[in-house]
Design a protein around this ligand. Structure first.
Ligand code: HEC
Length: 211
């Protein structure tokens, strides 16, 4: 059974049945009971924006589960889902793309009680680690610090992949500057400068320094 599932996903990957899910603006934390909107883009092979999907979001914390559907956003392949997480704590959010069984589970999101003090900001490398999952890097690249990374490892492994900081930032802003290494190109996921800074900090930080 497991073997069949594994083979099925290998075949799906081979015939193009995979997609990259990129969350637009990942919050550091949210407040319990207040609606929060998550926007994301689904790109087949990290490139082709897929419209007409019916994505959904599932959030879990302990015994609680909240689900929400997503509706099409402004741009092709973009979707938005508004949900309200009823209780303070750590919530695990899974985005189901609606394209085959392609999904992504974000690193746990902190939910604070209304009126509670603002939690300390995550460190830059830790924010970068969260973005590594939320931006969809996790689909194409293996990284030791990110469980389940490298779903369809079409890009190089990025654990201990040292690159000069300036180059890394330029590359993430415009991946076309690197020569193509395989059949798939590193896509331009439209990262914001702060996201690039955090991702670069994560990729150039040694394991001990994280969190
Ligand atoms: C669709 C698959 C895909 C996704 C998604 C993806 N990459 Fe890549 N990445 C590649 C490929 C393929 C390469 C190799 C260069 C090439 O062929 O374009 C690469 C190369 C890299 C490199 C090495 C560049 C070098 O010159 O050594 C870094 C660093 C990198 N990616 C970081 C990221 C980060 C951070 C994200 C998420 C924001 C990301 N990638 C998302 C496919 C992907």
């Amino acid at each position: 059974m497991l073997r069949g599932l594994f083979l099925a996903s290998v075949i799906a990957a081979a015939i193009g049945g995979w997609a990259v899910i990129t969350v637009e603006q990942l919050p550091d934390y949210v407040t319990a009971g207040r609606p929060v909107t998550l926007s994301f883009t689904v790109r087949q092979h990290g490139v082709t924006r897929l419209s007409g999907l019916k994505p959904s979001i599932e959030a879990r914390s302990g015994d609680l589960t909240t689900t929400a559907t997503a509706s099409p956003g402004r741009e092709t392949g973009q979707y938005a889902s508004t949900l309200s997480l009823p209780r303070a704590g750590e919530w695990t959010i899974t985005i189901h793309s609606g394209f085959l069984d392609r999904q992504v589970t974000l690193l746990p999101l902190s939910v604070i009680a209304p009126g509670a003090a603002t939690p300390p900001s995550p460190s830059e490398p830790e924010r970068g680690r969260r973005l590594f999952v939320a931006k969809g890097c996790v689909t194409c690249h293996v990284h030791r610090e990110v469980a389940g990374s490298g779903v369809v490892a079409v890009g190089p492994e990025l654990t201990n992949h040292p690159l000069p900081m300036d180059y890394l930032k330029q590359f993430l802003a415009n991946p076309a500057i690197a020569p193509q290494s395989g059949t798939v190109r590193m896509p331009d996921l439209g990262l914001a400068p702060q996201e690039i800074a955090a991702l670069a900090a994560f990729l150039s930080t040694e394991r001990q320094a994280l969190r």
